[in-house]
Design a protein around this ligand. Structure first.
Ligand SMILES: Nc1ncnc2c1ncn2[C@@H]1O[C@H](COP(=O)(O)OP(=O)(O)OP(=O)(O)O)[C@@H](O)[C@H]1O
Length: 267
């Protein structure tokens, strides 16, 4: 049975998991134009063969406790971003369940969910408003959000006219000012310049110290070890290892014979 229970901002009282993923599976089409066979019309819904579909994630099960910092590890195309999108409620599973018992602040794509044609200012109000902040609360934080992003001259510019790095700056700034207990950060920070990235990392550390839960996808071994205590290693859509981050990175390096060589060059 598929059930998604994404209830915002309700604490569990410290007991139990804040994220519970059970037998999770999601499939995608490789080729949008692939056709089903005539025989499929008579097969049961679940047994139907689906031409050109593949499981991007399957049989994935884990639980996350409040305050944990999770690094998701795996080569390109193994399902890391897909997992984050399922937790953020952007995608829905084809099998299994995802239960998220606290609110989520996701920074999954460069756009941060921002609307291209709206100005930076309007996007800040829209995104923060969608996460439950009142206009008064946003007014009070607006200057801080803008000064962190360091793009003061662009507040009335349509979002689509910002550079990639500027988009990430404002999206990160807004997302980390939300009061949501769970923070999801995909690789988007790689787009920012080094100085800004360091500032973002400082902010992530502050949020972790304040007890936030973090889901972090990165190809940088150094960053994974810096923030995360626990690792989830995805390979061909399966969770092949769930353990302390150092052990997970060691296993990943061993699998790809990287020995002492880092899996990617740290920027
Ligand atoms: N909306 C979609 N429709 C079809 N296929 C998709 C979709 N989203 C992802 N995929 C496919 O699912 C697989 C997993 O993609 P995903 O983005 O989760 O990988 P990843 O581990 O995050 O990779 P990377 O390290 O390159 O970011 C890939 O084969 C990808 O092409």
């Amino acid at each position: 049975m598929v059930a998604v229970d994404s209830t915002p901002a309700v604490a569990t009282g410290g007991d139990g998991d804040v994220i519970e993923v059970s037998d999770l599976g999601i499939r995608f089409k490789r080729n949008k134009r692939a056709k089903r066979s005539f025989k499929d019309l008579f097969a049961g819904r679940r047994r139907r063969s689906r031409p050109d579909e593949f499981w991007a994630l399957r049989n994935v099960t884990f639980g996350i406790r409040a305050g944990e910092a999770i690094g998701v590890v795996g080569r390109n195309g193994q399902g890391k971003s897909t997992l984050l999108k399922l937790i953020a409620g952007v995608l829905f599973p084809d099998e299994g369940t995802v239960r998220v018992r606290q609110g989520v602040a996701p920074l999954i794509e460069i756009t941060g969910g921002f609307v291209d044609d709206l100005s930076v200012r309007d996007n800040v109000y829209l995104t923060a408003g969608l996460h439950g902040m009142t206009k008064k609360q946003i007014d009070a934080k607006f200057d801080e959000i803008v000064s962190f992003a360091e793009i003061p001259g662009f507040l009335d510019t349509p979002y689509k006219h910002l550079s990639s790095g500027m988009k990430v700056r404002i999206a990160f700034s807004v997302i980390t000012q939300l009061d949501e207990p769970i923070l999801i950060v995909d690789e988007v920070l790689a787009v920012g310049d080094k100085a800004f990235r360091e500032k973002c990392y400082g902010r992530i550390e502050e949020l972790l110290a304040a007890g936030r839960t973090l889901f972090f996808v990165s190809h940088s071994e150094r960053d994974l070890r810096r923030f995360c205590t626990r690792g989830l290693y995805l390979k061909k859509g399966e969770l092949v290892m769930d353990g302390p981050i150092d052990d997970v990175i060691d296993r990943y390096n061993t699998d790809y014979n990287m020995g002492s060589v880092p899996p990617v060059v740290d920027a």
